[in-house]
Design a protein around this ligand. Structure first.
Ligand code: NAD
Length: 328
């Protein structure tokens, strides 16, 4: 039986990945600081522990897994990553996790490991123009990410590539661009734009409020990839002979104001958008899918609206339950 290890299996992408690997018949061990928040893990074995601890990491990497997915990171949306308040934790915690996991995989003679980098590693100077951001893979250097989160991702990409060059580990590196979907963080400060806006619209709808707040002028552009396509792309990359780094993201670019309008349309409400000061990140970003298509003959293609519909309805049900429980 093929075996897989998923680090970060209690998180949003990791918990969906475990479901997919199980549906394909693999034996799966998940590792995280916490269990998944919204539904029980379907992993065969789930170990709670801290991947910053090298002894713990060696104890969970106790066999030659066929596939190792390293998704664990200290991360969040703009409200967590771009305020500067968590920079030391973000860099220290995520770098330690990657150092430990790579070392343990190498010592256990594991052949193949997947690493989830982020579009946040792209230089800020190529993302000033909201209508024309550049994120082709070769534009990563000279490096100038706009957050320490992005710098850590860049460092870790290089760490994985160095283990590949020096020790022959087959690494697969994906640069994810804004992944969203049901069972993702939607409240608390670590949530991303689609979840945050869905929550605000759902609260306004259910409580009869006339407006929502949007950070900045809302004219910053982004693209958002639905979770199922993220998992599909990740597995295709993992099982290909291409190392990467490669973008896994959507090319359907929208402004944050347009995203808010789409969500209101799905919710069946018309609300005023009030622009307020808040962390916003770069002016424009979308995925460039030229390379992934060239190498894997595949790229994400589902429309944003379809994924948003599923996600909004899931978040509205969460908000409704939280209001009924007096938590919102
Ligand atoms: P997430 O925060 O939901 O999942 C990360 C998981 O890592 C969490 O469950 C967390 O508890 C776990 N973790 C953190 N520190 C740990 C530690 N010391 N020991 C054990 N577990 C620890 O995030 P996600 O959205 O599922 O993202 C998964 C990966 O993809 C991350 O590496 C992230 O940087 C990357 N990524 C995500 C996106 C996105 O839009 N979601 C975009 C770019 C890159």
């Amino acid at each position: 039986m093929r075996t897989a290890l998923v680090c970060g299996a209690g998180g949003f992408i990791g918990s969906h990945l475990v479901k997919r690997l199980k549906s394909e018949g693999l034996w799966v061990r998940g590792v995280d600081l916490k269990y998944p928040e919204f539904s029980p893990s379907v992993a065969d074995d789930f170990v709670i522990g801290d991947l910053r601890d090298p002894y713990f990491v060696r104890s969970v990497i106790d066999r030659r897994f066929d596939e190792v997915y390293q998704l664990a990171a200290d991360m969040g949306g703009a409200g967590y990553v771009f305020t500067g308040e968590h920079d030391a934790d973000i860099m220290h915690n995520s770098a330690l996790i990657n150092l430990n996991v790579l070392e343990a995989c190498y010592k256990r003679n594991i052949k193949r490991i997947f690493y989830s980098s982020s579009a946040c590693m792209y230089p800020a100077y190529n993302q000033m123009d909201p209508q024309n951001p550049k994120t082709a893979e070769h534009t990563a250097y000279p490096a100038d990410p706009d957050s320490e989160y992005g710098w850590e991702k860049l460092f870790s990409e290089r760490l994985y590539l160095a283990f590949h060059r020096n020790y022959g580990l087959e690494v697969r590196i994906a640069r994810y661009h804004n992944i969203f979907g049901p069972e993702g963080t939607w409240v608390g400060g670590r949530e991303k734009a689609p979840a945050a806006l869905s929550r605000k619209v759902a609260i306004a709808k259910l409580k009869g409020l006339p407006y929502i707040e949007v950070w900045g002028d809302g004219e910053q552009t982004r693209s958002f990839l639905y979770i199922d396509e993220c998992i599909e792309g990740s597995l295709r990359l993992m099982r290909s002979d291409f190392t990467g780094p490669v973008n896994i993201g959507s090319e359907e670019m929208v402004t944050i104001n347009q995203l808010a309008q789409l969500i209101m349309q799905i919710a069946g409400v018309k609300l005023e958008i009030r622009h307020v000061t808040g962390p916003i990140g770069v002016r424009g970003r979308t995925s460039d899918n030229t390379l992934i298509y060239e190498k894997l003959k595949w790229k994400p293609s589902a429309p944003l609206y379809a994924g948003l519909e599923i996600t909004y309805h899931w978040i509205e049900s969460q908000v409704k339950a939280a209001i009924e429980a007096g938590k919102l």
